[in-house]
Design a protein around this ligand. Structure first.
Ligand SMILES: Cc1cc2nc3c(=O)[nH]c(=O)nc-3n(C[C@H](O)[C@H](O)[C@H](O)COP(=O)(O)OP(=O)(O)OC[C@H]3O[C@@H](n4cnc5c(N)ncnc54)[C@H](O)[C@@H]3O)c2cc1C
Length: 454
């Protein structure tokens, strides 16, 4: 097949970069993916993704998107040892307001695995594409776009400096720093940023999978109960008889340093489900910590002009609070949008400029729902910094009614499951049928009894 464009460069072989390479493959003769790390040949943690020792839930929407971009990805991830988990039948999802959500089969299955395993399977699928080259040990230092084709300058492991030109440069380096520096150099304005200060701290332990007849779930998540209780916990399997247990805390002042301190902290979350599952288990390595101060949306989509041929994607564009498990899935959905946009360029006089325009027009709506769901939940914590979303109180009331309805009504639970798994759009929860079902639970049960008695 003859392809439309000559060469694309992708900076970063993380989730956004790899899935973008999959999206570009049908449309470019050659795709070069540059990463500063030595990319491992198997599932291994690496310096360029320090978050990878912490749990990484790939939502059903992300799994579907990656499978659409790289057919066979889902099968390969399952074959590599990821654990299939039915939502919500096998998920213990504990809320402070309504307790554990009913364990109904809502028709979605996720694959639970460590971040290095998910990335390794994706990397293998991408490396198998004939027109994609993954280049390790190449740290991109600068982007150049001075009217001609854009290029990336990079330093290889041996210290050699090279420059490659391309039709398109995707900045999937995680921070957008290269694109921002290029805007500065060109004298173009930087994008406005919406930042929400969450100071989310993670403490994670790798454990053997807790065997036990009394446990009837495969994944457990115990929510915090803000404003008073700001810690939450999650336990998820990573395959090979192991699991990760994480304690997360908004605006933490201290964090556990030893396994005993971690157990004590797990005991203080809203329920003792996870504590009871792990308290007799020996950690397989030392505790790992991570702190993320803010989620940040750099509004490249609002810029009048992007540098010619340069497109920031995934965390470079929008970094989410990780506790909602959205980042990898949204990266994969953006890559899918990239592929769809490439498919609509026929007849464009300047196809790359049209691609930038189309992608940026549609990426805002794509980011809005996952961003909004996370930020609304973040503002329940008193220390959260930033601008409260519009109609915040209304959306909190909606959320309270939603969870009461989720418990009472299987139809609402399935819709909720599809929305938080980013399989279906948020508007599903506002469709007339679901809205009517949620409104039936607008008041807490005691108020409903009083209202009907009065
Ligand atoms: C603690 C934590 C937990 C998380 N949990 C989840 C979760 O449960 N579910 C979920 O979906 N998401 C989660 N995320 C978010 C997820 O990690 C990111 O959203 C996702 O990795 C974004 O992909 P990316 O490609 O933009 O960045 P990354 O995957 O971070 O990749 C960036 C890549 O760019 C490379 N790079 C950087 N600079 C250069 C350069 N100058 N030259 C060459 N290469 C460069 C890096 O080496 C790296 O490989 C979590 C994040 C954190 C911090």
């Amino acid at each position: 097949m003859s392809r439309l464009h000559q060469r694309a460069i992708v900076i970063g072989a993380g989730m956004g970069g790899l899935s973008s390479a999959g999206a570009l493959s049908p449309y470019f003769e050659e795709i070069i993916v540059l990463d500063r790390d030595t990319l491992p040949s198997s599932a291994a943690s690496r310096a360029g993704t320090p978050q990878d020792r912490h749990p990484h839930g790939l939502l059903a929407g992300g799994l579907q998107a990656l499978n659409a971009l790289l057919p066979g990805f889902e099968r390969a991830l399952a074959d590599a040892g990821a654990v299939p988990i039915n939502g919500f039948r096998e998920i213990q999802f504990e809320r402070p307001d309504v307790g554990p959500l009913p364990r109904r089969d809502c028709g979605t299955t996720i694959l639970s695995a460590s971040r290095p395993l998910i990335e390794a399977v994706l990397r293998q699928r991408v490396a198998a594409l004939a027109n994609v080259t993954l280049q390790s040990d190449c740290r991109v230092t600068e982007l150049v776009a001075d009217g001609g084709r854009p290029s990336a300058r990079f330093v290889s492991g041996d210290g050699a400096v090279s420059t490659i030109e391309a039709d398109l440069v995707i900045d999937a380096s995680g921070r957008g720093a290269l694109t921002l520096a290029l805007l500065d150099k060109l004298g173009l304005p930087r994008p406005a940023e919406t930042a929400v200060g969450v100071d989310i701290s993670y403490t994670t332990a790798l454990l053997p999978w807790p065997a036990g007849e009394s446990r009837d779930w495969e994944l457990a998540a115990t929510h915090a109960d803000p404003p008073a209780l700001t810690t939450a916990a999650i336990l998820m399997p990573t395959g090979e008889g192991r699991c990760l247990v994480t304690l997360s805390e908004h605006h933490a002042s201290t964090r556990p340093q030893t396994w005993d301190e971690m157990l004590a902290a797990l005991r203080r979350v809203k329920t003792q489900t996870i504590y009871n599952a792990v308290r007799h288990l020996p950690p397989l390595e030392g505790l790992r910590h991570f702190v993320l101060d803010e989620s940040c949306w750099r509004h490249f989509e609002r810029l009048e002009r992007l540098p010619d041929g340069v497109l920031p994607i995934a965390d470079s564009l929008c970094r989410f609070n990780p506790i909602y498990g959205q980042g990898m899935t949204v990266a994969a959905l953006q890559a899918k949008l990239l592929r769809d946009s490439l498919g609509r360029l026929a007849g464009e006089a300047d196809p790359i400029a049209a691609l930038q325009r189309q992608f940026m027009t549609e990426v805002g709506p794509l980011l809005l729902a996952p961003w909004g769901m996370g930020v609304n939940a973040d503002f329940a914590y008193p220390g959260t910094r930033g601008e409260r979303p519009e109609r915040y109180d209304e959306s909190r009331q909606f959320e309270a009614a939603l969870f009461r309805a989720v418990v009472a009504d299987p139809v609402v639970q399935t819709a909720f499951s599809d929305v938080i798994q980013l399989v279906k759009p948020f508007e599903l929860l506002q469709s007339p049928d679901i809205q009517r079902r949620i409104e039936a639970h607008a008041q807490p049960p005691a108020d409903r009894i009083q209202a009907s008695a009065g």
